[in-house]
Design a protein around this ligand. Structure first.
Ligand code: UN1
Length: 540
């Protein structure tokens, strides 16, 4: 038999785990030796290629995870369908009770899971824990929802008739999630899907397998305790081929995809080509606009968090900053002062504010973007290179990490109509700045990019607020006032317009996509009249 391929940047690496990693993995019952099964359909397995989980802060190989073979994927999808048949008959409030128990299980391990997110994804501790809190919050929301997923009774124009709009479970939901929120985005989808009575099959980013294994273990324990088949919340670790097969499968009723615009376009075509349902959460290219009357003591830390938080790797990160000319100099001076004090460090240490980028490829994207900005004549106010070598502020054990200096730039051209650099999402801490005269101009720039996820206006003037949230205002899915572009709560629907994909997840009315709707007209009368008064009577 041929040996299995090991997919990792450095190929075969020997696993010799640091204490730092061992403690976090052990607390969550993740083996610290040997290969770890990355497929769960009621049973743990995985005999496909090996994926390495690599710590972005140190370069250490955290685990070698067994992915799904094509056959195992098929088995998982089949198990999901079987599990769905059982789960769809469980009354919704009982599904809510299961969700409540999942909420408890996740909340109990909030700190440990948060640390695992920091270790494997690279975001800082408070953001790792915040992401786990987001999972807890959406479970709370879905517990309530399980008693409120109401249909409607519609008046019929016909005597003795009633029309019901009925939500029923949809089937199998596949969740294809990204590395940057390896816990929360699955939580948004799983919670609504469970409340709706579906089976969910998770294909996480192959670079964050441990987060998905830890979560799946906690969820499957709850399901098993309640006599529910484990495949109600299945897991398949795998690469492109696994993702493609999931997306193509007619046994998957809905695909919820988070990732790049390019891949999202392919996913959408394939799923729509087979008339499946698709929910997309794609690129963000989010702007903050600061007006002359803004309270800078609020705007500055928010823009700082928006651009540096998660090292600029949130879909909602602030990538564009539009400053009114009257406050631009002051704002930039103070913002640069904040950037200058920033030190990169181990994301597991609670005082660290700047962690690494997730992968070496992300570092390359950052470096290319900086090179493009430079060659396009942009003024680089700070940052622009990676932290390497002798004068790096990084401790020795972090020298193999993917740390880069957050950059602030002033591109030569301010308008997205004139310079393409404004139109691209670069998943890294690069903040491009332009200076405007009138709010209309800033709104026009805000809207002149393909993406439409989040945007934020800083002002105290109610007239600006009206314009910003109205028909001539921001065209993004998330439109904030005196609140930064990132860090949305779960209560409202989350998602973006235009090339962000129009998807809505999490709160609001998002649950309505996770069910199949039927309009049921019921005749209680002794006649069978046609609608619209159509007369189709026969003589006999
Ligand atoms: C994402 O970046 O994919 O609003 C999700 C936020 C988080 C979720 C971001 N609550 O920044």
């Amino acid at each position: 038999m041929l040996p299995r391929r090991v997919l990792g940047i450095h190929g075969f690496s020997k696993r010799c785990l640091s204490t730092r990693a061992t403690q976090i993995l052990s607390a969550l019952d993740i083996p610290t030796k040997g290969e770890i099964p990355g497929v769960y359909d009621g049973r743990w397995k995985g005999s496909g290629d090996i994926f390495e989980s690599k710590c972005p802060s140190t370069g250490e190989v955290l685990a070698r995870v067994q992915s799904a073979t094509p056959r195992e994927l098929e088995e998982s999808i089949r198990a999901s369908r079987e599990a769905f048949k059982v789960f769809r008959t469980v009354p919704a409030p009982q599904r809510g009770e299961i969700l409540r128990q999942i909420r408890e299980a996740i909340a109990k391990y909030r700190k440990e899971l948060g640390a695992l997110v920091s270790l494997e994804m690279g975001k800082i501790r408070t953001e790792g824990e915040g992401e786990v809190q987001e999972f807890v919050d959406i479970c709370d929301y879905a517990v309530g929802l399980s008693r409120m997923m109401n249909g409607r009774v519609v008046s019929s124009e016909r005597l003795g008739h009633s029309i019901l709009e009925v939500p029923n479970p949809l089937g199998v939901l596949a969740v294809l999630s990204a590395f940057n929120f390896p816990v929360a985005v699955y939580g948004w989808n799983l919670a609504l899907s469970l409340a709706a009575g579906n089976a969910t099959l998770w294909k996480p980013s192959p670079s964050t397998p441990l987060c998905s294994i830890a979560i799946t273990k906690l969820v499957s324990d709850v399901l098993t305790r309640n006599g529910i088949p484990g495949a109600v919340a299945g897991l398949v670790i795998g690469g492109k081929h696994v993702g493609e097969a999931v997306v193509q499968s007619t046994d998957v009723d809905m695909v919820s995809f988070t990732g790049s615009e390019n891949t999202g376009r392919q996913v959408a075509k394939v799923v729509q080509g087979r008339f499946g349902k698709v929910l997309l959460e794609l690129g963000g290219n989010n702007a903050s606009i600061v007006m002359p009357d803004a309270d800078l003591s609020m705007a500055l830390p928010s823009v700082f968090f928006g651009s540096i938080g998660t090292a600029g790797q949130r879909c909602t990160s602030t990538r564009r900053l539009y400053l009114h000319k009257s406050i631009a100099d002051t704002f930039l001076e103070r913002l640069q002062g904040m950037y200058a004090k920033l030190q990169p460090g181990d994301p597991l240490v609670s005082s660290t504010l700047l962690g690494p980028l997730h992968t070496q490829q992300a570092v390359a994207l950052y470096e290319n973007a900086i090179a493009d900005l430079r060659s396009g004549g942009a003024e680089l106010l700070c940052g622009g290179s990676r932290y390497v070598g002798g004068n790096s502020p990084l401790a020795d054990h972090l020298l193999g990490g993917n740390f880069v200096q957050p950059a602030i730039t002033i591109p030569r051209s301010s308008s997205p109509h004139e310079a393409d650099l404004w139109k691209k999402e670069v998943f890294a801490p690069i903040l491009n700045v332009a200076i405007f005269d009138e709010l209309e101009q800033a709104i026009e720039w805000n809207n002149a990019v393909p993406q439409g996820l989040s945007s934020s206006l800083w002002t105290r003037d109610i007239r600006n607020v009206g314009r910003w949230i109205g028909p001539e205002g921001s065209d993004t899915g998330i439109v904030n006032v005196n609140v930064g572009t990132s860090g949305a709560e779960i209560g409202a629907a989350f998602g973006g317009n235009k090339s962000t994909g129009w998807g809505r997840e999490s709160g609001g009315d998002a649950w309505k996509q996770y069910v199949r709707w039927s309009a049921c007209t019921i005749n209680f009368s002794d006649a069978a009249p046609l609608a619209q008064g159509v007369d189709f009577s026969t003589t006999n």
